[in-house]
Design a protein around this ligand. Sequence first.
Ligand SMILES: C[S@@+](CC[C@H](N)C(=O)[O-])C[C@H]1O[C@@H](n2cnc3c(N)ncnc32)[C@H](O)[C@@H]1O
Length: 258
Amino acid sequence: MEFDHAKAYKAWEVDGKYHGDGREVALLEYIYNHPEVEQLRGNPAKVLQAIDNYAQSVTGLINIGETKGAIVTDVMAQHKPSTVLELGGYIGYSAIMFGHAMKQAGGTQYYSVEKSPLFAAVATSLVDLAGLRDTVRVVVGTGAEGIRRLFDQGLLRSQIGMVFFDHHKPSYTADLKLCERLGLIGAGTVLVADNMILPGNPPYAKWVRATVADKRVMDQAAEEKGNPDLEYESRFVKSFEPSGQEDAIEITKCLGEA
Ligand SMILES: C[S@@+](CC[C@H](N)C(=O)[O-])C[C@H]1O[C@@H](n2cnc3c(N)ncnc32)[C@H](O)[C@@H]1O
């Protein structure tokens, strides 16, 4: 797929900052002061369009964007996950896009874990505006804290349909292994990991692409244990950041225990 440069986001970096410099609160004000805010209510596509417009004309945002997002919604239409766990929610762009796609495919619960309470508050407000408050639940915490809390509360106990990794890059492997240990990954679970080129994630790629035999050896030496018996089938899909830079997503299907 080609990148449409007419839709490019502005550069993320402003005075050395990529986020957290007031742009997320400014986005919320922009959206609620939008001349067509009443038409945005209950309309995920229009809320996403308004967020894109802000990032194209005011300040860049670290959202997955339309191009990479379309790859993930295709995966969701094919696999029809009934529950989704997202790690790294930011201002709710992917939660709105994928929560809506999950609902359309018959799914019921989307958990979006976000470390920053401020970003989580913005996401909660935009999810509500998009009409997805019954589907998308925003959880404040690190990936590991969110997974454990949802598990302890009994909200995530059995196999998850899809896990979307888009948070702290060095935590992808540790948080996947935590899900594996808790029995949340099984035959049919799809793992989607963003930013596999920008900046890339060699330890995660190594784990999801390894054979069961190799993972058993890797797991013995590792401090953080996973479930090496889970067999994965993984593919690397090239695409573009919303700024137009090349990036890729790793899409991994769990085939069950060997
Ligand atoms: C690239 S953004 C997520 C973008 C979002 N998924 C989207 O496409 O709309 C990464 C987010 O992960 C959050 N984050 C960073 N470290 C985290 C961690 N350990 N656990 C959960 N979230 C984290 C950041 O605050 C940031 O909002």
